[in-house]
Design a protein around this ligand. Structure first.
Ligand code: HAX
Length: 440
């Protein structure tokens, strides 16, 4: 894949020089102070890492390489007859910072197609896994299992020069991304569809082929949903659990498979990516209790019951965002266009109408607005993916694009092993006392 790789190299060299200059001339300049509250409070808001592929504004939401979601939906190339951008284009954008042409996207599609075959040893391992193993466990296991073929691990053993680390990391990334839709659909079909599998369609792009291999519907809108979904979930700057985990593990020069498997373990937490499954579970319980067309009053009571039981309202709140997530809005626009009369979508919309006010009255969540996970499940359900335990795997396939694009950059820029300083509570108390002691 000469083009994308050459393009990356053309961006890497000037970036290395830019960063060396910044570090040399301004390395001592402070960009963040850290309070004791932040030290105990999940390091919220501490600016202490670089992430080039995307950046998150609390009010505006995510920008991928400077482009908002409406902008990428408009500017990234689309497959013929499709209304949503190609995820291949998003990967190109994340890695290079440039919007690709349709032909450049096609080259990636072709390259991923060539690398997509799953090795027999992986199928054997998945077949030996109990079918009631959570799909995210199977997914992370599969990524870990593929580590056997890591180009980075092999080249490191051979003694590669550190300036070249990015090259095998790039190769591993391309191999992994090529295989993830096949891995995910294999897990889906094995777990829920009697172990009957659907061969890839070589005529389709990456996202459409994923939709095809799931085998739930022939509706072309589902292919477009998959493209949109894979574009929207790919990256959310560097501090979230899946992104930061991939960066952290990779900083020990663990290869892309180890780093991504760890990242997926983080994504599988209910406060992070697993929230998409929890949202659908919560909505299904709501509809079971209140019927298919609940009123606003009934939904409000259900939300209060959730809060009073000491549980979170899944899909609402965010550690950084302070407004409705534009990824939620993009999915809502898709629903309004393709499934305005869907019963679950109507419930999701009513929850959107009442939950923010209730969360504000409840007075705890700093952000009462919906995040990406509040919407995705109802779209997947509509097209026939009703096994909500599987939903986070979709998120994982997409998130791999962002965290691995950044991992190639990390190795290209020679970022060091991460090692922040921890302190004990005793140290904190002594520090407080030293600050309060009268100055001599
Ligand atoms: N429902 C009820 N309580 C909530 C809440 C929600 N949706 N969101 C936050 N809170 C509570 C917190 O649990 C916390 O309570 P305590 O003081 O008792 O610990 C308090 O409000 C303050 O939390 P916060 O500062 O507003 O939020 P955090 O940065 O600590 O956490 C979370 C952010 C996303 C984890 C949180 O909002 C949450 O648990 N939301 C529900 C789960 C969810 O949707 N997660 C997905 C987030 C997006 C994502 O990563 N997707 O992958």
């Amino acid at each position: 894949m000469a083009n994308l790789k050459e393009k990356f190299v053309s961006k890497l060299m000037p970036m290395r020089e830019r960063i060396q200059k910044i570090q040399k001339e301004h390395g001592e300049l402070k960009i963040s102070d850290v309070t004791i509250g932040q030290t105990y409070g999940g390091m919220r808001g501490v600016k202490c890492m670089i992430w080039e592929c995307s950046s998150l504004d609390p009010n505006e939401g995510i920008r991928f390489r400077g482009f908002t979601i409406p902008e990428v939906r408009e500017k990234l190339p689309k497959a013929p007859g499709s209304e949503e951008p190609l995820p291949e284009g998003m990967f190109y954008l994340l890695l290079t910072g440039d919007i690709p042409t349709y032909e450049e996207c096609q080259e990636i599609t072709e390259e991923w197609r060539k690398r997509s075959e799953l090795p027999k040893y992986l199928i054997d391992v998945l077949k030996a896994t109990p079918a009631d193993t959570h799909p995210m466990t199977q997914f992370a296991m599969a990524i870990m299992q593929l580590q056997k073929d890591s180009v980075f691990a092999e080249r490191y053993r051979q003694g590669i020069h550190k300036l070249d680390y990015w090259d095998p990391m790039y190769e591993d990334t391309m191999n992994i991304l090529a295989k993830l839709p096949a891995v995910a659909s294999y897990i889906y079909r094995r777990t829920y569809k009697g172990d009957k599998h659907i061969p890839a369609d070589p005529k389709l792009d990456w996202g459409a082929n994923f939709a095809h291999m799931l085998g739930v519907t022939d509706d072309p809108a589902f292919k477009d949903l998959m493209r949109l979904y894979l574009v929207l979930h790919c990256d959310h700057e560097g501090g979230n659990v899946s992104a930061h985990t991939c960066r952290l593990v990779g900083s020990a020069l663990s290869d892309a498979n180890y780093s991504l498997a760890a990242s997926m373990a983080g994504l599988a937490g209910p406060l992070h990516g697993l929230a998409n499954q929890e949202v659908l579970r919560w909505i299904m319980e709501l509809m079971e209790k209140l019927g298919n067309t609940p009123t606003k009053e009934q939904i409000s009571q259900y939300i209060w019951d959730t809060l009073n039981a000491g549980k979170v309202v899944p899909g609402y709140g965010h550690a950084v965002l302070r407004k409705t997530d534009p990824r939620f809005i993009a999915q809502r626009e898709f629903a309004l266009k393709h499934l305005p009369d869907d019963e679950i979508f109507k419930v999701v919309s009513l929850v959107f109408e009442v939950a923010p006010d209730i969360l504000m009255k409840h007075g705890k969540a700093k952000n009462p607005w919906p995040n990406v996970d509040a919407h995705s499940g109802c779209l997947l359900w509509h097209y026939g993916v009703k096994e909500y335990d599987f939903y986070t795997v979709f998120f994982g396939v997409s998130r791999a694009m962002g965290v691995l694009a950044q991992l190639i950059w990390d190795r290209g820029l020679g970022l060091p092993i991460e090692r922040p300083k921890s302190v004990t509570t005793e140290w904190v108390e002594e520090f407080i006392a030293s600050q309060q002691a009268p100055k001599a």
